[in-house]
Design a protein around this ligand. Sequence first.
Ligand code: G4P
Length: 292
Amino acid sequence: MTIQWFPGHMTRARRQIQEKLKQIDAVIELLDARVPHSSRNPMIDEILRGKPRLVLLNKADLADQRATDRWIAAFREDGLDSLAVDAAGGQGIKEISARVKKLVAPQWERMAARGVVKPRAVRVLIVGIPNVGKSTLINRLAGRSVAATGDRPGVTKGQQWIKVGGEMELLDTPGILWPKFDDQTVGMRLAVIGSIREEILNLEEIAFFAVKTLAGKYWDAFVERFGLEGGPPEDPDDPGQIVDVLERIGRKRGCLVSGGRVDLEKASGVLLRDLRSGKLGRITLEEPEEFR
Ligand code: G4P
């Protein structure tokens, strides 16, 4: 389910997370490895108020591995521990507990020296924007189905602690954050990966954006998946060349209307479906260098 966010929603979501922060030792900030910047909440540092945090790049199975490695290095440069995972497939999940424990170790050691804390499981809250994989991760860590996928901001339900091994306890309700809506590029990137409800968006516009930003860098993937002949757009700022790629995809896939013209909407649907499911290959839409 996709939700619409209004200022009231944001205030409530923020308050709910800050309420939960009182009960927890560390936060797992979940991002989409294909768009680590765009899937990030713009106010996250302020909301978390210095809580120890592990950044997880989820859906790493769909992302370009080299780009993911660069993102992890960039987060580390910013003093944030970061790890690539695939909550759906299980990759990287075993490592999470140890990383979280390490995050709180310095603080706990100081407190233990003063006799304040007894050894116990580290209490953790997962936060992230809709569709980033929060419920999938919670269920994966729990080893069973405890979290319903889909989000509803502002709806509270009774929360429970889920034991993860002997070392971690997880709140079963994640903290739901919002992306940077006012940034057009952020919106388009989230639309490309399928994180924003489709009915309210123009399929062709999203596909156009996808070709414009990805065809140059991932042209080999386009050729391999769709059997395209000819080269990538020489000038990505020339709309005609971008539409030409969509038409070539459409022709290869038989997306035609009477008169032999390409049905651009259908071709856009084909491209986006293949891109989102990983059939086009492992693709990342933004690199850390763009934001430095
Ligand atoms: P949320 O709680 O943050 O809103 O996200 P949720 O877990 O509902 O996950 C959103 C979608 O992303 C789900 O797909 C889920 O299967 C998929 N997903 C989560 N983690 C990963 C991952 O690491 N890799 C891949 N490839 N996909 C992931 P869906 O199509 O909405 O549902 P379904 O097809 O699983 O039924």
